[in-house]
Design a protein around this ligand. Structure first.
Ligand code: SF4
Length: 273
């Protein structure tokens, strides 16, 4: 059986992640206006459906699909009772409509049963954290990231959603070993963040991933983290690619661009009826 790292190595790695988190929170906080959680963006069932629609597609498409769904149906009861092929047509702009339409109705059926038809998921803010998370991840198609989005964004609970941007930026910075599986990435980062750091860390890394630390070529010339970044150290040795600074950003203090309104359906739609 392969042996994992020793306890000493694990402790040293954890201290390193914490030191990096301090620098990242400080410098990216400065750059991206120290984001703070100010309450839910939408009701919890809407957030859940939005996150399903956002799976494997761009936020713009998932938001279009969500808007179409809200325009077509007046309540969650109607979505649940709709013929599945009809729902599939309605959410087609979000991609993977056959899978997502079934998933949405499965999830709504579970929520309906759990809440006795009230659609009130407020218990997720009251149950012990891991119990609330386990309930969410027991739903069809809901994984650790989606559960973390619901718990953090709707209830301000200390969970860190690790999406593609958070994973990429944290890996380049050496906070995650290369190719860390998603669930493990959540554990490693949550382990070193304080409860009130999860929201800013999440939003700052998404903003940085969109503005500067882009895939596949980061614009390191715009980044305040080059002195601590192993990816940048490799880049100056010519081992990995970086992108040039765009002409319109060659300014000593260029404003970042991160399209924040679309983070996981950030733009709040109307509340359900
Ligand atoms: S230095 Fe480059 S690779 Fe490292 S975090 Fe900044 S943009 Fe990303």
């Amino acid at each position: 059986m392969p042996r994992g790292p020793s306890p000493q190595k694990r402790a040293a790695d954890k201290r390193k992640r914490r030191r990096l988190a301090d620098v990242v929170l400080d410098r990216l906080g400065e750059r991206y206006d120290h984001p703070t959680w100010t309450g839910p963006r939408v009701d919890t069932v809407s957030e859940l459906i939005l996150t399903i629609l956002s799976q494997n597609t761009a936020d713009t498409n998932s938001f279009r699909a969500f808007t179409a769904l809200r325009d077509r149906y007046a309540s969650w009861n109607e979505v649940l009772a709709a013929p599945t092929d009809e729902l599939e047509d309605v959410i087609r702009p979000g991609g993977l409509a056959p899978t997502k339409s079934r998933r949405i109705q499965h999830v709504l059926a579970e929520v309906h049963e759990e809440t006795g038809g009230s659609w009130d998921l407020g218990f997720l803010g009251e149950r012990p954290l891991l119990e609330a998370r386990d309930w969410l991840t027991s739903l069809p198609g809901i994984g650790r990231k989606t559960a973390a989005i619901i718990l953090l964004f709707n209830f301000g609970r200390p969970q860190l959603p690790v999406d593609t941007h958070v994973h990429r930026v944290a890996t380049r910075l050496g906070m995650l070993p290369p190719r860390t599986p998603l669930v493990r990435a959540h554990d490693l980062l949550e382990e070193v963040l304080e409860a009130d750091e999860m929201y800013p860390f999440h939003v700052e890394l998404i903003r940085h991933g969109r503005d500067t630390c882009r895939a596949p070529r980061p614009i390191c010339g715009l980044c305040p983290l080059t002195d601590i970044c192993p990816y940048f150290a490799d880049a100056i040795r010519g081992r990995v690619p970086i992108g040039p600074i765009p002409k319109d950003r060659i300014d000593p203090d260029p404003p970042p661009r991160f399209h924040d309104e679309l983070i996981h359906g950030w733009m709040p739609p109307e509340r359900p009826t």
